[in-house]
Design a protein around this ligand. Structure first.
Ligand code: AMP
Length: 643
């Protein structure tokens, strides 16, 4: 092959791997995906591979991932998890930081004082095998490599692998070696916070220097990093090719033993003490019971991220049970001090970076525990900015590693620039029509808002479906997500005033919020809308819109007419029922007939929009409106008399 010629990208793909303490993931940017990274799941559709390996009695790997974790309790000394805590470190160092206390297997000192893992003796007089953390990580990496090869249908040999920002040279080198042992060339080691930022397109094609905070709160560890992103051409040395060298870590802080597990423990503590109180004596909970309590606690915690309350019920024997409902407020009071610990780390990192919270432009959320609403709120308050939560917090690091892989393959040059909105964005309205709120080709950042109302009397919740595309009906557009604005007090249809605001920031992240003015209720959704479309796809969507333009317009018009005609018919027949006896009989009969005719036509239009002539439909509705004027006059006169 002549020098400089580009290989077809899929022939030798560079995947992105998040090699985590608890879980690992692999992702890839398909060339046809327009720069959108996607997770490559295993054959069962699971994306997370637990970073767990079980060794057989002979000292060879016997199970990896979910299969190894499932039986971890049965083989604690042979099931190796959290080896990332030992990578490239000396045993003494790992002991000093308290990591060894959390590991159920034996950690011994190897050559150059490195931390090694000793498996239990293989038999009488036969010592246990001693493994390096790199070897164990290699087993996980090999599983990810095989998973990626199967998903892509080609052998995978190259990867970008992420590490925490605070990893030193030895820890980075150990990660590279683990890759080599797994048959992977680690073409780049990337800091996890940098990867998280890349997943949101931060640093791609920007013109302005930005300061980013990445808040990574997982199951067992917490890291916060403050990064400076310098645009390519402004960075010293330039370097030419698109690269990520311009993410500079200004400061990191964290706590290697702070995470969602602590929240589970707090809830277990609450339940355990109340169960004891109910029993009237201090109960001791055997490990299996504690484990069951932990699982219930975690489930309750996860429910409380979505709901205002979570209930648990535990049989306490002899027909008795402990039943408990935890409210969001109570939960937040319980975990407040825990959240404070993470926020104190943020303040420390800001101090180290010599920055005030307001000087941080963007905050990116990573790790499962950032789904907790209190965490999001507190982080938002500290930095004075809505944190980025559109991507799955478990996947964002792997997705960013895949973006880095695509950059290294020279592929992101083809990616759509996020500087303009390639397709219009809007919401679904009643009848399945689309109300476009931001038009295609708007430059980012941009924002727009529109007022909406309810379509049914007493409606207390509104479903908002966010759509992308040029067609007039929701079914023909791409749905970007759905959310609900709930808790609206019951009012007649059309009375609530719901302001729907679309805001797209410089990275193309869309924030949609809905605000009901009378009740003050709010709801919001974040999405990354323009990822996932190649130039060809955008062109195809536009061509389709053009081809269907006339039909689509008619359909949209009929949908709007149906919605309005229903409201009118209801409004008028309600009034008719009230003031009918006060009207001349002929007028009453005529108006009733017109209402029925409009209803019949509306029903026909709803069943098949092509079966009606929208102009005739419109005329019939207008005629009824005009004909009903006198009834309204009588109705008003009546109500004045009553009043
Ligand atoms: P990670 O290490 O990033 O995979 O994060 C795992 C942690 O996130 C565990 O403690 C989970 O219990 C927690 N987690 C996952 N989903 C949720 C959720 N919806 N709400 C609260 N915590 C969650």
């Amino acid at each position: 092959m002549p020098p400089g010629a580009r290989q077809p990208a899929d022939a030798d793909p560079i995947v992105g791997i998040d090699l985590g303490t608890t879980n690992s993931l692999v992702a890839f940017c398909r060339p046809e995906g327009g720069g959108t990274p996607e997770i490559l799941p295993d054959s069962a559709g699971r994306s997370l591979v637990p970073s767990v390996v079980r060794y057989g009695v002979g000292g060879t790997p016997e199970a990896v991932g979910a299969a190894a974790r499932e039986l971890a309790v049965e083989f604690p000394e042979r099931t190796l998890h959290s080896v990332k805590r030992l990578m490239g470190r000396s045993r003494a160092d790992a002991e000093r930081t308290g990591d060894l206390a959390y590991l159920p297997y034996r950690v011994v000192e190897g050559p150059n004082r490195t931390a090694r893992i000793e498996l239990p003796p293989a038999g009488e007089g036969v010592g246990g095998r001693v493994l390096s953390p790199q070897e164990v990580s290699a087993v996980v990496l090999r599983a990810l490599r095989e998973q990626a090869s199967a998903a892509l249908g080609v052998p995978v040999r190259r990867a970008v692998v992420t590490v925490p920002a605070y990893f030193d040279d030895a820890q980075r080198q150990a990660t590279r070696d683990a890759g080599r042992l797994a048959g992977l060339e680690v073409v780049r080691i990337v800091n996890e916070p940098t990867a998280a930022a890349l997943a949101y397109g931060i640093g791609l094609g920007r013109r302005r220097e930005e300061t980013i905070a990445v808040f990574d709160l997982g199951g067992g560890t917490f890291d916060v990093s403050i990064l400076r992103v310098t645009p390519r051409d402004a960075a010293a040395g330039g370097g030419g090719a698109a690269d990520t060298d311009f993410f500079q870590v200004l400061a990191t802080a964290g706590d290697t033993h702070l995470g969602g597990d602590d929240v589970d423990r707090l809830l277990v503590g609450l339940f355990a003490s109340e169960i004891s109180a109910q029993a009237g004596r201090e109960l001791s909970f055997p490990p299996a019971t504690r484990q069951a309590l932990r699982r219930l606690a975690e489930q309750a915690k996860i429910r409380l991220s979505e709901q205002e309350t979570a209930s648990v019920r535990i049989d306490t024997g002899g027909g008795a049970a402990y039943e408990r409902t935890v409210t969001r407020g109570e939960f937040e009071r319980l975990i407040g001090p825990w959240a404070d610990r993470a926020l104190e780390c943020c303040s420390r990192a800001l101090r180290d970076a010599r920055l005030k919270p307001g000087e941080v432009d963007r905050v990116v959320m990573v790790g499962g525990s950032t789904r907790i609403p209190l965490v999001r709120r507190r982080v938002g308050e500290l930095f004075g900015a809505e944190p980025y939560t559109a991507l799955n917090p478990d996947e964002v690091v792997a997705l960013g590693a895949a973006v880095q892989g695509a950059i290294l393959q020279g592929r992101l040059g083809d990616m759509l620039l996020l500087d303009v909105i390639p397709l219009s964005l809007g919401i679904e309205t009643v009848g399945g029509a689309v109300a476009k709120i931001i038009m295609k080709n708007s430059t980012v950042p941009t924002q727009a808002s529109e007022m909406f109302s309810t379509s049914v009397d007493g409606q207390t919740s509104i479903k908002l479906q966010v759509l992308q595309g040029e067609r007039e009906m929701a079914a023909d557009c791409r749905s970007l997500g759905t959310f609900h604005l709930a808790g609206i007090p019951p009012m007649p249809a059309g009375i609530p005033q719901v302001e729907v605001r679309f805001l797209i920031d410089a990275n193309g992240v869309l924030n949609v919020s809905a605000f009901e003015r009378r009740s003050g209720k709010r709801a919001a959704l974040q999405v990354v809308p323009n990822h996932g479309l190649t130039r060809e796809e955008v062109e195809r969507i536009e061509a389709e819109a053009l081809a269907h333009a006339r039909d689509d317009m008619t359909r949209h018009r009929v949908a709007d007419l149906v919605a309005n005609a229903k409201l009118d018919a209801k409004w008028i027949s309600d009034r008719l029922a009230k003031v009918g006896p006060k009207l001349e009989l002929a007028y009453f009969v005529d108006l009733s007939r017109r209402v029925e005719e409009l209803r019949a036509l509306t029903a026909r239009a709803e069943a098949d929009w092509r079966s009606v002539d929208p102009n005739a439909f419109h005329r019939m509705k207008e005629d009824l409106d005009r004909a009903s004027v006198r009834m309204h006059e009588v109705s008003i006169a009546e109500s004045l008399r009553e009043g």
